[in-house]
Ligand binder design. Structure first.
Ligand SMILES: [Zn+2]
Ligand SMILES: [Zn+2]
Length: 319
């Protein structure tokens, strides 16, 4: 039996690296521990030499899709300590913080599926995320990347979320921003002075609908807080609202982004199928989260002057 320490640097925090190492260690019957430190991820393992070699090869060749390994340093010939199991250990925060931080990641297909599944406990929960997606850069205040070093620390996990968080077989194993409607951030709608806008139901799910009604009720601009900043929205067919937004943004004639529900309405908005295809190419996967929250609206870039179908989208979404 040998013992080695493997130090992995690069984008390896907040991308499911520790759960990945955990599963790989189980596969190769390797004992030890993995932890985040200020440089990246440190793995300390014991096992048969050939298995450890396969383990190291696996780390290099099968690392999680969102990770980017820049270097792997291996320290050999260490004194065995007879680990009895493999576990994810507490992060080590000594040393100069050098680990690069992952960007925010668009909602993954698995989360999108749950988001629209009425039987899922996160049905229509706008802050859904998992090890493979969700906020990172926006919420991280320091490394090593742990919930305690993110703005999520104020949200104590409910039992169901904690069960997922500690289950190595779960997609949310050690997903630091894990949340649900019971324990995580909630939606709210306020005036510009911060006071809550009352509406006739306490059902949070109706809040988006209420927001759409507000948008259609006049030259109102609504700031929708999302990952990484605010999204300013208005009724694109309300000339007064658009002028107001242009004035506030100091954006005299540059086109705004447009949201449309479907390819068909997007095509109508763009004027022709060719234009729609061209615009669609600009619609980036990175907008998937907003798209999900807004019930599959597709983001395209187009001059507001060519919009003819946005209103029909808003109206149809209210039915
Ligand atoms: Zn996800
Ligand atoms: Zn929860």
């Amino acid at each position: 039996m040998i013992r080695v320490q493997i130090s992995v640097q690069g984008i390896v925090q907040g991308v499911g690296f520790r759960p990945f190492v955990f599963s790989l260690a189980a596969k190769h019957s390797i004992r030890g521990r993995v932890l985040n430190n200020t440089l990246g991820v440190l793995i300390d393992v014991e096992g048969e030499q050939s298995l450890i070699q396969q383990f190291i090869d696996g780390i290099k060749s099968n690392s999680p899709p969102l990770s980017r390994i820049e270097s792997v340093h291996i320290s050999e010939n260490l004194e065995p300590v007879n680990y009895s199991e493999f576990r994810i250990a507490e992060s080590a925060s000594d040393g100069k913080p050098l680990a690069p931080i992952s960007p925010d990641i668009a909602t993954c297909e698995d989360c999108l599926r749950e988001l629209f599944d009425p039987n899922d406990r996160r049905y229509r929960y706008p802050f859904i995320n998992c090890t493979n997606c969700g906020p990172r850069f926006t919420i991280i205040e320091g490394v090593p990347y742990d919930r305690e070093k993110t703005t999520m620390r104020d949200f104590g996990m409910c039992d169901s979320c904690r069960d997922e968080y500690v289950n190595p077989l779960d997609r949310r194993f050690h997903a630091e921003p894990i949340a649900c409607a019971l324990c995580g951030p909630r939606l709210s709608l306020t005036n510009s002075d911060g006071s809550a806008i009352a509406f006739n139901t306490n059902n949070e799910k109706d809040l988006i609908r209420h927001t759409l009604l507000l948008l259609l009720s006049g030259s109102i601009i609504i700031a929708i807080k999302g990952i990484g900043g605010f999204h300013l929205a208005c009724d694109a067919l309300n000339a007064e609202a658009v002028v107001r937004l242009r004035r506030r943004k100091h954006r005299e004639d540059k086109p705004f982004a447009l949201m449309a529900r479907s390819r068909r309405s997007e095509g109508g908005a763009a004027g022709s199928r060719g234009d729609a295809n061209r615009l669609r190419r600009h619609a980036h996967r990175g907008y998937a989260r907003r798209r999900a929250v807004a019930q599959n609206m597709l983001r395209v870039d187009v001059s507001v002057n060519t919009v003819r179908t946005v209103k029909s989208f808003f109206v149809s979404s209210l039915r």
